[in-house]
Write a protein that binds this ligand. Structure first.
Ligand code: SF4
Length: 198
């Protein structure tokens, strides 16, 4: 069952990846996102239980020393994402969906209002009132509802009430659970084979 849910999650990630690639191809000269730029990571993040589980699996494949370094790094500056290490994402293959879309034009719908936003380090050569074509805007409604549905399935079948469906879990809490004294023996490497490498 777990493999089946993770397989569906990976399909969702792949679908998103294809959409992002199409948009990035069209705006190649306007998107400056590159390895080492971590402007999107200077925040505290939270994720749904299914993504918390996937990140946890990745962390469990790390050595104690690596975990200690991440914890010390986070203690030194707790205003940034606890998974940020030397300007790179320490859990890159397991990073949540919200980290896979950053920088691109995204459609936000709040109450009656919808608007497009993107990283303002990108698109600097476009006029401020530029209107993006509909097919070049990332509309996350379908992705988010599929993620919420998978999270429910995950909670019903796997977690047995450890977390509540749709509960947001802080990444720092996921990291803190890996403190060497709290880490359960024999957990390391479990299911890390299922993580998307996209
Ligand atoms: S999980 Fe990784 S990509 Fe996402 S904010 Fe944290 S360091 Fe950045």
């Amino acid at each position: 069952m777990l493999n089946e849910i993770l397989f569906k999650y990976n399909n969702l990630i792949h679908m998103l990846y294809v959409q992002c690639q199409e948009i990035e191809k069209c705006f190649a000269e306007h998107i400056l996102c590159k390895p080492g730029c971590h402007q999107c990571c200077l925040v505290e993040k939270s994720v749904l239980p299914i993504e918390a589980f996937i990140i946890e699996q990745q962390l469990q494949s790390f050595s104690k020393e690596r975990i200690k370094k991440l914890l010390a790094n986070h203690r030194a500056d707790d205003s940034i994402c606890p998974m940020l290490w030397k300007n790179r994402c320490a859990v890159y293959p397991a990073r949540p969906i919200s980290c896979r879309i950053i920088g691109l034009p995204i459609l936000y719908c709040e109450a009656e209002i919808s608007f497009v936003d993107y990283c303002h380090l990108n698109f600097t050569r476009l006029p401020a009132n530029h209107r993006f074509k509909k097919n070049l805007i990332l509309d996350l409604r379908q992705i988010n509802s599929e993620l919420a549905r998978l999270d429910l399935e995950f909670n019903d079948n796997i977690l047995q009430k450890k977390w509540r469906p749709n509960q947001r879990i802080l990444l720092k809490d996921i990291l803190n659970k890996q403190k060497p004294d709290r880490r359960s023996k024999g957990n390391r490497n479990k299911d890390s084979r299922n993580l998307s490498q996209l």
